[in-house]
Structures are given as C-alpha cells and as structure tokens.
Design a protein around this ligand. Structure first.
Ligand SMILES: O=C[C@H](O)COP(=O)(O)O
Length: 254
C-alpha cells in the first residue's frame, strides 16, 4: 500500500514569528482532527527548520522538509544548502525540481538527477516535481515532456532507491493561477506516470509509488482530486499558508 501524503510548500513566505505560529496551529489541528494515516510534510524556508523542529516534538504525523538542496555535498557554493546539512538537522524530505527552480534557476533534468542522488545518499526523501507548461499541453507534447522529466531525472536509480521517491505532478499553468487541473486531467497524467514507472521498474514498484498533485489545490477541490485512484495526495502552495485551509486539505486525503 502506498503512502498518502499532503505536503505544504511554503515557498518564500512567512517571517519567523509567523512560521512558528503556523506550525503550532497546524500541529494542534492535525493532532485534534486527523485520524487517518496521512503523512503531512511542511516544507518551510530552510532558515527556520531547526527552530521549528521542537514545535513538532511528539507529532508523528508531521515531518519537516526543505524546498531544495545543492547537488554537491559541500564547497564554494555561496548561498546554497547541502543534503548533508539537512541530514545533520534531522530533516526527512526535500522538494527537488520544482518548476520555479527549473524556470528561475535553470535547473535541468541532469542536474536534478545529481540532486536526487545526494538527497538519497543522505537519507532524505525527494519529492520530485514534474509538469508541463500550457503551451506544451496545447501542442499536445505534455505527456512525452513529463515522461522525459522522470526518465532523465530518476530512471538511473535502482528499484531499491526508487522506492524512496515521491513524485509531484504540477502542471505549470495551474501553479498559483487559480486554474486547477480537473480531476480527470490529474488522473490521466498520474495514470500515465504510473505506467511509465511500471515500464521501467515493474508494476509492483509503480503501485507503491506515491504521486502527488500540485497546482491551485485547495479546501474546495482537494477531496475530488484526492479521490482519483492514482492521486495519492497533494503538494500544496498557497493553501498551505493558512492553518485552517491546509488542515481541511489534509483531512480530504482519506
Ligand atoms: O509546490 C506547490 C505548487 O507550486 C502549487 O502552488 P499553488 O498551490 O499555490 O498553486
């Protein structure tokens, strides 16, 4: 049985006081209201991870994650954060290949393959993002484009390594735009990705791979998206910045 996950990607938002308040509120709400075995991951700005950790003490359902890491273990890379650093502060997840990183920081599939390697070598679970632009969808090349992102970013891994990967499908045209993929569009792509994984790793690995949907998912549409057979949860941006809305999204992943 694959894991159900709802991850919040806070992106570059919140001051420290706001971050502490949000984590505390989410932690209390999840403790009181969530009975299912859904795994919650809060990908806050890396700067706050160490401070936030004690606020989740004893909270088994919520893990902390980073939003990126560098592909090298250490060295002269001013401003960067490495996988060993994240490991050293007890972080379990890292988002890799978010479309904003690909777009604004020029991250390539080859570079992401290296980031995936170093994340896994340090015991981090990568949340590997993929997704097409509106133009690619309109030109009907979106299926091939997203399949290639997986092939080039992940398919060098052994089946044992791949078992530690979480995929997040995020159509770029749906991110922060209020334009959500319909549940049918999400299901179509998730099913295609699962088949693509099966073609390389076999049906058992594919069946056990958690595939999240991201892109304007919120308290109104989450239940329908998560009800799709190949949608195992969400990577939530804007709606993860408000405790009540985020908890409602988490509760929708039954
Ligand atoms: O990582 C999260 C996604 O980019 C989705 O962001 P959004 O929910 O604000 O559209």
């Amino acid at each position: 049985m694959r894991k159900k996950i709802v991850a919040g990607n806070w992106k570059m938002n919140k001051t420290l006081d706001e971050a502490v308040a949000l984590v505390s509120e989410v932690s209390n709400m999840i403790k009181d209201e969530v009975t299912s075995d859904v795994q919650v991951v809060l990908c806050t700005p890396s700067l706050y991870l160490t401070t936030l950790k004690p606020y989740l003490e004893g909270q088994t359902r919520i893990a902390l994650g980073a939003q990126n890491c560098h592909e090298k273990a250490s060295g002269a890379y001013t401003g960067e954060i490495s996988a060993p650093m994240l490991k050293s502060i007890g972080i379990s997840y890292v988002i890799l290949g978010h479309s904003e990183r690909r777009q604004y920081f020029g991250e390539t599939n080859a570079q992401l393959a290296e980031k995936v390697n170093i994340a896994l070598a340090n015991g981090l679970t990568p949340i590997f993002c993929c997704g097409e632009s509106l133009e690619q969808r309109q030109n009907e090349i979106h299926l091939d484009f997203v399949r290639t992102q997986l092939t080039e970013g992940l398919f060098h891994l052994s089946p044992e390594q791949f078992a530690n990967i979480v995929i997040a499908y995020e159509p770029i045209w749906a991110i922060g735009t209020g334009l959500t993929a319909t549940s049918d569009q999400a299901q179509e792509m998730h099913e295609i990705l699962r088949k693509h994984i099966a073609s390389h790793y076999g049906a058992e690995v594919a069946d056990n791979t958690t595939i999240l949907y991201g892109g304007s998912a919120n308290e109104k549409n989450a239940a329908e998206l998560f009800a799709q057979p190949d949608v195992d949860g969400g990577l939530i941006g804007g709606a993860s910045l408000k405790s009540r809305e985020f908890t409602t999204v988490v509760k929708a992943n039954k």
